[in-house]
Design a protein around this ligand. Structure first.
Ligand code: HPA
Ligand code: MG
Length: 226
């Protein structure tokens, strides 16, 4: 099966690779909300590392797209924190380089997960009329890409409004069996196939208020199961 997984690309376009056998950081090494004690196994990506990696992604995006105004399409809810931090870093870079980069930020909402399982039906909410995307450079900002099914459906939807260019920034790419060949253009981290929460990623709406990206524990899954 291994050959259907994404090939690791350390330091390359695939992002920072976190190996399957890496146990993560002990929770005792960081602070996190007390109401989640017992609900998590380990820290996969500490908050500071997320922010530092996001700063570099912002620079790559500026290098590629910095000459034209862009429409940022933030995929809610999981993408909100990454989007806020990424847009902030892009703004800081354009300020510091005395360039002006007009940005519009638009939000669309997708929902496809119940508990830790992907449901078949993908709902796109708030994306009824994206006709203002016509002829624009669009940056889709998504927290996590797994099989790529969600991303492909969204790409098709966005393409139907005839933008000039579409780029995708994904904070996390999960190495799942049957990853689609369609990967984000900008990847923060490539992670093992485990259910992660934090930094706006949820499990049944919980854990969005956790700063680090962590692996949820079995007891955490049970506690918040619907
Ligand atoms: N965590 C939270 N939401 C998700 C995940 C995950 O690992 N994969 C897809 N949606
Ligand atoms: Mg979710």
């Amino acid at each position: 099966m291994a050959d259907v997984f994404i090939k690791p690309q350390i330091g390359g376009g695939g992002g920072i690779v976190i190996d399957d056998d890496w146990p993560g950081y002990s929770l005792d090494l960081f602070s996190y909300p007390a109401h989640y004690s017992g609900d998590l196994d380990c820290v996969v990506v500490p908050h500071g590392v997320i922010v530092d990696r996001t700063e570099r992604l912002a620079r790559n995006i500026m290098d590629d797209l910095g000459d034209h105004d862009i429409v940022v399409l933030c995929v809610l809810k999981g993408g909100y924190q990454f989007c806020v931090d990424l847009v902030d870093k892009i703004k800081a870079l354009s300020r510091n380089s005395n360039r002006t980069l007009p940005m519009r930020v638009h939000f669309i909402r997708l929902k496809s997960y119940l508990n830790d399982q992907s449901t078949e039906d993908l709902h796109i909410v708030g994306a009824e009329d994206l006709s203002f995307l016509a002829g624009k450079n669009v940056l889709i900002v998504e927290a996590i890409v797994g099989t790529g099914k969600t991303m492909n459906a969204l790409l098709k939807h966005v393409e139907s409004f005839s933008p000039k260019l579409i780029k995708v920034a994904g904070l996390l790419v999960k190495r799942v069996p049957h990853n689609s060949t369609c990967l984000p253009d900008y990847v923060g981290f490539e992670i093992p196939d485990r259910f992660v929460v934090g930094y706006a990623l949820d499990y049944n709406e919980y854990f969005r208020d956790l700063n680090h990206i962590c692996v949820i524990s079995e007891s955490g899954k049970t506690k918040y199961k619907i």
